[in-house]
Design a protein around this ligand. Structure first.
Ligand code: NAD
Ligand code: MG
Length: 392
């Protein structure tokens, strides 16, 4: 029986993870669940999964949940804050940590799991984007197993040689073909992008996801973050990764070998497939995802990303090339920009403008350590807020 902690249990990935787990009560037991403020959903999950711990971000939400848990006569211990998140990420009883908190908020608990040498199912791409080489080095040192859950990276992982998955260095890889749906505005008139609403941006054509990653998909910053994520996970550079817009989201990414062979992983756009892969690895387990109907899909299309429409892709590649804390600065600026867009403080087309300005004004530092990354994250956020207040 594997003991699982789900960080970000009430989100889109958290719910999909619990759905897969619920189909395997003989294999997995929920050790801990965490959430930001959604007390109601957390209470429901405590009833369904009876975890040893439930962690809420703030003490007030924890108080509310504790009352509900007591009323339901559950044995779950309700705790709160950063210490609570650390406790359930690094607890000696835990085998697997699903890292599914959105954004930089997920970094510290994910790192706690890394340092404790857990198997980490990594959905929280921002954590890796921010800390890159430090994250990978810490995982190696602690013997933590990082299994990518982002569908593209999970696909790439599956297409890599078996020797790589058992710890040998990668060889004979020519390039990675990273697929992207192109989001909801792939064909929108450029002039209209200034007027699109948060609701339109959050309506993804193929995937149902949290609001932040949905906006990232619409700007294609999501693919930019994934480009950086792939560089760290698969020890490569943006020069060896080519983004392919593939609107059907059936091929989740590809790996091209030296002999010209291209391996692809395909499936319905449903995150339960990569989640089940991560939970079951090295075995395969039932995910609940229906079979792919290629007769119905009939056609797969590919196009090059439009650089004018999606400037965030270029900004992400640039941040990776600058190195040091530049990716943390990019990520922080993006989080602030997306938040401002969702709260109608800036327009959709100003997201990229804001990120570019922050990248010009906050100088990245090299020879970084974790503290430097946290400092530059804060500096980038402060700069973004200032620029928004000044009206860009
Ligand atoms: P979501 O917004 O649906 O859920 C986020 C979860 O994080 C919630 O449980 C929320 O309570 C928790 N959370 C938010 N802010 C927090 C804070 N400050 N402190 C503690 N907990 C906090 O997001 P999601 O779509 O599930 O995405 C989660 C992560 O997975 C993101 O990093 C995203 O990029 C990645 N991811 C998601 C998908 C997808 O299909 N949804 C696919 C690939 C990768
Ligand atoms: Mg993805």
């Amino acid at each position: 029986m594997k003991q699982i902690t789900v960080l970000g249990a009430t989100g889109s990935i958290g719910l999909s993870t619990l759905d897969v787990i619920s189909n395997h009560p003989d294999k997995y037991s929920v050790f801990a669940l965490t959430a930001n403020t959604n007390v109601e959903e957390m209470h429901r999950q405590c009833i369904a999964f009876n975890p040893r711990y439930a962690v809420m971000s703030c003490a007030d939400s924890a108080l509310l949940l504790r009352t509900l848990v007591e009323q339901s006569k559950l044995e779950t211990e309700v705790i709160s804050g950063e210490e609570g998140l650390h406790l359930v990420s690094e607890h000696s009883a835990v085998d697997v940590v699903m890292a599914a908190i959105v954004g930089a908020a997920g970094l510290k608990p994910t790192l706690a799991a890394v340092h404790a040498g857990k198997r980490i199912l990594l959905a929280n791409k921002e954590a890796l984007v921010m800390t890159g080489s430090l994250f990978m080095a810490a995982a190696k040192q602690a013997g933590a197993e990082i299994l990518p859950i982002d569908s593209e990276h999970n696909a790439i992982y599956q297409c890599m040689p078996a020797s790589y998955r058992s710890g040998m260095p990668l060889k004979h890889i020519r390039r990675i073909l990273l697929t992207a749906s192109g989001g909801p505005f792939r064909n929108t008139d450029l002039a209209d992008l200034a007027r699109v609403t948060p609701e339109q941006a959050c309506k993804h054509p193929n995937w149902s996801m949290g609001r932040k990653i949905s906006v990232d998909s619409a700007t294609m910053m999501n693919k930019g973050l994934e480009l950086i994520e792939a560089c760290w996970l698969f020890d490569t550079t943006p020069d060896n990764i080519e983004v392919h817009v593939h609107p059907e989201s059936i091929i989740h990414s590809m790996v091209e070998y030296d002999d010209g062979s291209v391996l692809a992983q395909m499936g319905s756009p449903d995150m339960r497939t990569p989640i089940a892969y991560g939970l079951g690895w090295p075995d395969r387990i039932e995910s609940g995802v229906s079979s792919l109907d290629l007769f119905k899909i009939a056609q797969l299309n590919f196009e090059k990303p439009d650089e004018k429409r999606f400037p965030c892709l270029r900004l992400a590649a640039e941040a990776y090339r600058r190195g040091g804390t530049a990716c943390a600065i990019l990520n922080a600026a993006n989080e602030e920009a997306v938040d401002a867009f969702l709260n109608k403080k800036i327009r959709f087309d100003q997201i990229a403008t804001l990120i570019e300005q922050v990248m010009e004004l906050v100088v990245p530092r090299h020879q970084e350590d974790f503290d430097m990354i946290f400092e530059d994250d804060l500096a980038a956020r402060a700069m973004a807020v200032k620029l928004i207040e000044q009206g860009l």
